[in-house]
Design a protein around this ligand. Structure first.
Ligand SMILES: [Zn+2]
Length: 502
């Protein structure tokens, strides 16, 4: 999306909010619970591989498929990733933690309970920073195992237990979000934090990030929350926003009619873009939590936390602010360059290789945001695997800076380099695009064009500015577009003034 259309969209949203009649009557209160699968090699309590997309029930053992009498052994790597996630969100790590059993019966949970954390989660507090700078508080983060997956096809139901026992963290946010759009911003920021911290791919299509949302409305200024409704299993950011928008309208209409909101759990139906009741409060689950007897309580030491802290990179919102301040980039450019850590790394390496100034930062940023990201898209390659590395991009930018290549020529050189892996200098030479910036080489060409443009010269002396452009165009034709345009103007004016004096 271009900067303009993006701005257009942002303006549109702001206007829509200004005229939003629901916002005039009610305050929207949203809290999100996000499940993130941790990118460990193995599952949380057994040695089975943690991998998406394997044939059903090929990554299982007696522990994760819930046989009786087995002994779960916690995966230290999962806790390590959980701590990194918590640190990246400024949470307080808890010294004393334990696992609990959360009981419910479902075909994808053969042992009849899930090992989770109830009253002693491993992290409390912390927050998620929105792009506006507003921070949405977190209540807690706990570690738990994923359930399997039910598949319904051809009139049959199947259970795949490959996902059973995959480590999850559940990030429970405070009800401090005030619109569906803010909820979207929250999820984007949270996802970026998890990816920067290296704890999860957060690929919603593969289910490695999933979201439940709570929403209620209340009169402005009210101190009590309204009755909340929970919307379960939202598996894309788009669905989160659509479900919350629908639910907000539905609840406002109920309240307008003086009807009570029922505390219930609802599901979002993609086809109708509506939510419908899944279960009411009366049917609410009683999980009968109790401490997991097979796993002793565990501790997180300060030494362990301090050993992990240096592994965290600069956070995405800190980096964005630094790009604006240090590199002098606009808000939009800084946002695009920090969407993924590897884009930010690529930009920064190329910028540092080119030179320290903000002008050089701007030139580099433009190239990364257009040609480099486009190439990565076209080739389906991460930036680290591109045939053009940051140092090579810097060399190309230097050719532009030194007037050896026009912007247009540089784009052709970039394409050529992407195919051949040549250096910018060699590609420029091979394509015959080297810009002529040597006055001694250009002057005879300009001279020849003036001699062959009797009418244009006459017009120029009569004060017709367009005549100059015509002669300039002649020089560009003669040099097949390779002449340095600034230099051509300079020489043209000088030679013409010499003529006038004669
Ligand atoms: Zn297993």
């Amino acid at each position: 999306m271009s900067t303009d259309s993006k701005n257009e969209k942002v303006r549109g949203n702001i206007e829509a909010q200004d005229q939003d009649p629901i916002a005039e009557r009610y305050e929207t209160v949203i809290g999100l619970e996000v499940h993130v699968q941790l990118g460990t090699r193995t599952k949380l309590f057994c040695g089975c591989e943690n991998r998406f997309g394997a044939p059903p029930n090929t990554l299982t053992c007696p522990i994760c498929s819930g046989h009786p009498g087995v002994l779960p052994v916690p995966n230290r790597e999962a806790l390590r990733l959980g701590i990194l996630a918590a640190l990246s969100l400024d949470c307080d790590l808890q010294e004393h933690c334990k696992f609990d059993r959360k009981h419910y019966y479902y075909p994808d949970l053969p042992k009849g309970y899930q090992i989770s954390q109830f009253d002693l989660p491993f992290a409390l507090n912390g927050g998620v920073r929105l792009s506006s700078g507003k921070v949405i508080g977190l209540e807690r983060i706990h570690l738990e195992e994923d359930a399997g997956k039910n598949l319904h096809a051809d009139g049959h139901s199947h259970v795949d237990l490959n996902r059973a026992g995959v480590p999850l963290i559940e990030i429970v946010g405070m009800p401090e979000i005030r619109s569906p759009e803010e909820a979207h911003d929250y999820l984007e920021s949270l996802k970026r934090s998890m990816r920067y911290a290296g704890v999860s791919e957060c690929d919603m299509e593969k289910g490695s990030l999933r979201c439940d949302a709570n929403i209620s409305l209340r009169q402005h200024g009210a101190s009590e929350f309204g009755t909340k409704v929970e919307i379960k299993n939202l598996n894309s950011f788009k669905k989160v926003v659509a479900a919350l928008q629908y639910e907000r309208k539905r609840q406002a209409a109920c309240l307008d009619r003086g009807e009570p909101i029922h505390q219930e759990t609802r599901l979002f139906d993609d086809a109708s873009q509506q939510t419908r009741v899944m279960r009411t409060k009366e049917e609410a689950m009683d999980y009968r939590f109790f401490p997991e007897p097979d796993i002793p309580p565990f501790e997180i030491s300060t030494t362990e936390i301090e050993a992990l802290r240096p592994l965290l990179p600069e956070r995405h919102w800190e980096r964005r602010a630094r790009f604006m301040q240090e590199a002098g980039l606009g808000e939009y450019d800084s946002m695009v360059l920090t969407l993924e850590q590897e884009t930010a790394d690529y930009f920064e390496a190329a910028w540092k290789a080119l030179g320290p100034s903000q002008e050089e930062a701007k030139l580099t940023a433009n190239w990364v945001m257009t040609e480099v990201l486009r190439l990565s898209n076209e080739k389906g390659l991460p930036l680290s695997k591109l045939p053009i590395d940051p140092g090579t991009l810097a060399s190309l930018c230097r050719l532009i800076q030194e007037g050896k290549a026009s912007n247009q020529a540089a784009r052709k050189v970039f394409k050529h380099m992407a195919e051949t892996g040549d250096s910018p200098e060699k590609a420029l030479e091979e394509l015959g695009l080297a810009q002529i910036s040597d006055p001694a080489e250009l002057e005879p060409i300009v001279q020849k064009v003036i001699e062959n443009s009797k009418k244009a010269v006459k017009d120029y002396f009569k004060g017709k500015k367009k005549a100059l452009d015509a002669m300039k165009g002649g020089v560009m034709r003669e040099t097949r577009g390779r002449a340095n345009p600034g230099l051509v103007s300079e020489i043209l004016l000088r030679l013409l003034e010499n003529l006038r004096e004669k």
